[in-house]
Design a binder for this molecule. Structure first.
Ligand code: ATP
Ligand code: CA
Ligand code: CA
Length: 449
């Protein structure tokens, strides 16, 4: 996160971009409300709408404090249809996008894209290059044909494509689903391609608070891979296989599997430690104030370190009533919101499309992740999805790139690389990254055989 210095993109202040696109999205979602829902037509995919936003306002747009800009919306009716497909109500979309300022995410990528995260954690807006924007336009009909046939997918869900025009510069942006809920701590994050060539997080990246690691780092951290129940493993691999087939058919490569790992055992430990820390701090403050301590005991976790001390400290804490109820309450409303909106795109549902398949979870265990184990038997929750799919080999090679040629061109040289990429990707995910849990528990020998 670029705190301190001004963040710019194409020499435009990031704040100006963010504020302007919020105005733009607000306008387009608002004006769509007057257009009745109808079936999608082919030309809806090519349509664009441009609105001018003079600072003084106009009959259509409000006055604002940013510089004069224009806002272009690609395929508004088509994207409305897609949002509808994912049960995203116009009001919810509007609230997520426009009600509060978005947060800027630090981007480990080399492309220089800026990422914004909506305050409610639902959507990510990413700046894309012109050729990526054009590619997405061409991709849309086929992509969504696929999505509506097969909602069980890890492919990104695109909810809008926009262009912010200011001072003869264009900033193109795509709105998509956020894969990593920020209220769930990711103990580790990986961007995996199945390649090993230079796939190591840079030193600068590793020094960040929440670095995104790469394939070689993964092999280093998890030499035995990550273990999944047999059914989960099969569902995941089938999904990846189908997704790769789609990507290959569009000659897309260089995509990644983003894997966020929440370690439940580590989280429990951290929680205990935090409780001790908080209570200790409170005790110190209390002692300064000369208060007496009460002697209620806390039902301690059996393996809690310093359990006695914790009990004592907790007694003080509860006496002083500091359990942070307000913050907890806030989190609860937020996660309820999140369940309502993102229910269709949690990692677990992406691979099973079956609500009953979610395993029984503890009350305060994070929802929506894919349950897994590390090789030393720690309980994990995985948050995953395929990202960065707007690079087509065909475009990179500057070949003719109509939608038709993507589909029908039988040029074997050009399909070779995407197909190699897809195969290597699948192999790596199915053989090195994810493993099927042995039928006997890890750490124990198979006594019944
Ligand atoms: P490059 O082309 O250099 O690889 P890029 O600018 O195209 O980078 P991406 O590869 O799309 O960026 O994403 C970079 C990082 O941003 C990812 O590794 C991940 O940490 C984060 N990220 C991207 N998309 C999402 C998403 N949908 N949800 C959560 N995090 C994301
Ligand atoms: Ca990438
Ligand atoms: Ca990219």
């Amino acid at each position: 996160v670029a705190e301190g210095g001004e963040v710019t993109y194409k020499k435009i202040q990031s704040k100006q971009i963010m504020g302007s696109i919020q105005l733009g999205i607000q306008h387009t979602v608002g004006s769509l409300a007057s257009k009745p829902k109808r079936d999608l037509l082919m030309n809806d995919f090519w349509e664009m709408e441009t609105i001018a936003f003079p600072p003084d306002g106009s009959s259509l747009t409000p006055a604002h404090h940013y510089s004069d800009f224009r806002f272009k919306v690609y395929a508004p009716i088509a994207f409305r249809y897609f949002r509808d497909l994912f049960n995203i109500e116009p009001d919810d979309f509007l609230m997520s996008m426009c009600a509060s300022p978005m947060r800027e995410l630090s981007n480990p990528g080399a492309s220089g894209s800026i990422f914004y995260l909506t305050d409610d954690d639902e959507f990510i807006i990413k700046t894309v290059q012109k050729k990526e924007c054009e590619f997405l336009q061409k991709l849309l009909p086929g992509y969504y044909m696929n999505l509506s046939q097969n909602p069980r997918t890890l492919l990104p869900k695109f909810f809008g494509l926009y262009c912010f025009h200011y001072n003869s510069k264009n900033v193109r942006l795509v709105a998509m689903n956020n894969l990593l809920p920020s209220d769930i701590k990711m103990h580790c994050k990986y961007d995996l391609k199945g390649s090993t060539f230079r796939r190591k997080a840079s030193k600068a990246e590793r020094q960040k608070a929440s670095p995104t690691f790469k394939d070689l780092d993964f092999a280093d951290h998890h030499p035995d891979g990550i273990f999944l129940e047999a059914d989960t493993y099969t569902a995941l691999m089938n999904t990846i296989k189908r997704d790769c087939m789609v990507l290959e058919s569009f000659q897309i490569m260089d995509y990644s599997l983003l894997v966020g790992i929440h370690n439940l055992d580590l989280a429990a430990k951290e929680k205990r430690e935090e409780r001790i820390r908080n209570a200790r701090a409170k005790l110190q403050r209390k002692e300064g104030g000369g208060a007496t301590t009460t002697t209620t005991t806390l039902a301690s976790d059996d393996d809690a370190p310093e359990a006695d001390q914790l009990n004592q400290l907790h007694a003080v804490a509860s006496y002083a009533s500091i359990p942070g109820t307000s913050a907890a309450g806030l989190n609860r409303t937020r996660s309820m919101n999140r369940q309502r909106l993102v229910a269709h795109s949690t990692a677990m549902e992406s691979i099973t499309a079956d609500l009953d398949a979610t395993i029984e979870e503890g009350d305060d265990e994070p929802k929506g992740g894919i349950p897994a184990r590390s090789s030393n038997d720690e309980r994990l929750m995985l948050y995953i999805g395929i990202i960065d799919i707007l690079q087509s080999y065909r475009l990179e090679k500057k070949l003719e790139h109509t939608f038709k040629s993507i589909l029908y061109n039988g040029d074997t040289v050009s399909v070779c690389r995407p197909s190699f990429y897809a195969k290597r990707f699948q192999d790596a995910m199915g053989k090195q990254v994810f493993k099927k849990t042995p039928t006997f528990p890890l750490k124990h020998s198979p006594s019944k055989r």
